[in-house]
Design a protein around this ligand. Structure first.
Ligand code: PHE
Length: 332
C-alpha cells in the first residue's frame, strides 16, 4: 500500500484529486481501513506487529497528503502571480472628460462673486405654497400682479414657484438680521418654448437685511457684481420699476456690448439689455418675515440666470441650454 500510495501522490495535479486519494487510502471504506478491520482475525502475537506497521503506513500517507497539498498550493500561487502580472508599459486608455454646463459655470462664478462680498447661499423648495410665492410677498389673491407670472398650480394653495423671491420670506423666518444671502434655483412659468422663453428657467435671488441699509448699498453691491462678471468697462444704468414686494423698485440694465448702445439684434434695437430687478424690501414683506421694519431695512434683487449666460457668451437661443447637444456643450 505504501508504495502504491507514494506513486499516486507524486502525480497529484488538483486539490480534488488529492481529496479522492485521501478517501481511497484513509477513508472509512479505504484500503488501509480495510486491512485494520481484518485485525480481529490475527493471532495475539501478530496483532501488535501488524498494528504498528499499519500505523507507520498511515503516518507516511498523512505526510504525503500534507506534502502534496503544500506543493499544490505553491503551484497555484505561482500560476496566479503569473496571471496577474501587469504590463506597465502598455499605452493607457484615455477616458473622455465632460465639460461643465454653461449654466453651472456662470452660476459658480456668480456665487463666488457674492461669497466674496460676504453673502452665503440659501435654498428653498421648488414646490411652494401660494403663501410664500405670492401672499407673503404682498401679492394677495386676485391681485393683477399675479397675471404677470403664469403659474403652474398643483392645488389651490400649492404651486411650482414662479420666482425665487419666496426664499426671502423663508430665510427671514429662520434667521435674524444681519442677513446677506443669495438663493439660486429653478423656477417655473407656463410659457411656450421659444428662443427667449422656457417653462423652466433659473433665477438668483438676493436679500440683504440689516440696520441702516439704503438704496446706496443696493447700487454699490449690484454695480460691483455686474462689473466683476462683465468687466470693469461695462456700462450700467438703473431705471425705476414696480414690484409688489419692493418699494422703491428698479431694474438694472447694461449697455449692449454688441452695438455699444446703437441698437442691434441682440438688444432688439434698444441699445440696453435688462439684467435684473431689485428694490428696497417692502415693510410689509419684512413684517411677514418676522423682521421689524422700524428697526431694520433691506434690499432684494432677482435675476434670470439664462439671460445672464446668453449675454455672457453671445448665445441667441435659450433652447440650446436644455437640448444636451454635445456640439454646443463641448464649447465650454
Ligand atoms: N422676483 C422678481 C421677478 O421674478 C425679481 C425681483 C426679485 C425683483 C427681488 C425685486 C426684488 O421678476
Amino acid at each position: 500500500i505504501a508504495q502504491v500510495a507514494a506513486q499516486a501522490f507524486a502525480d497529484v495535479r488538483e486539490s480534488s484529486e488529492l481529496e479522492a486519494l485521501r478517501v481511497r487510502f484513509l477513508g472509512k471504506k479505504g484500503e488501509l481501513t480495510a486491512i485494520l478491520k481484518q485485525m480481529g482475525k490475527l493471532s495475539a502475537e501478530e496483532r501488535p506487529v501488524i498494528g504498528a506497521l499499519a500505523n507507520e503506513v498511515r503516518a507516511s500517507i498523512e505526510d504525503k497528503i500534507a506534502a502534496a497539498a503544500a506543493a499544490l498550493r505553491e503551484r497555484q500561487m505561482q500560476e496566479q502571480i503569473a496571471q496577474e502580472t501587469l504590463d506597465v508599459t502598455m499605452p493607457g486608455k484615455r477616458r473622455p472628460i465632460g465639460t461643465q454646463h454653461p449654466l453651472s459655470l456662470v452660476l459658480d462664478e456668480i456665487q463666488d462673486i457674492f461669497i466674496g462680498m460676504g453673502f452665503s447661499v440659501a435654498e428653498g423648495p421648488e414646490v411652494e405654497l401660494d403663501y410664500y410665492n405670492f401672499e407673503a410677498l404682498n401679492i394677495p389673491k386676485n391681485h393683477p400682479a399675479r397675471d404677470t407670472q403664469d403659474t403652474f398650480y398643483i392645488t389651490e394653495n400649492v404651486l411650482l414657484r414662479s420666482q425665487t423671491s419666496p426664499v426671502q420670506i423663508r430665510v427671514m423666518e429662520k434667521q435674524k438680521p444681519p442677513i446677506r444671502i443669495i438663493a439660486p434655483g429653478r423656477v417655473y412659468r407656463s410659457d411656450a418654448i421659444d428662443a427667449t422663453h422656457s417653462p423652466l428657467f433659473h433665477q438668483i435671488e438676493g436679500l440683504v437685511v440689516d440696520k441702516g441699509i439704503t438704496m446706496a448699498d443696493l447700487k454699490g453691491t449690484l454695480v460691483t457684481f455686474a462689473k466683476t462678471l462683465y468687466g470693469q468697462d461695462a456700462v450700467l444704468r438703473f431705471r425705476p420699476h414696480h414690484f409688489q414686494f419692493t418699494e422703491p423698485s428698479c431694474e438694472m440694465d447694461t449697455m449692449c456690448f454688441a452695438c455699444h448702445g446703437e441698437g442691434c439684434r441682440l438688444c432688439k434695437g434698444e441699445g440696453w439689455i435688462e439684467l435684473l430687478g431689485a428694490g428696497m424690501v417692502h415693510p410689509k414683506v419684512l413684517q411677514n418675515g418676522g423682521v421689524d421694519p422700524e428697526e431694520y431695512s433691506g434690499f432684494a434683487f432677482g435675476m434670470g440666470l439664462e439671460r445672464l449666460v446668453m449675454r455672457r457668451y453671445g448665445i441667441d437661443d435659450m433652447r440650446l441650454f436644455y437640448e444636451n447637444d454635445l456640439r454646443f456643450l463641448n464649447q465650454f
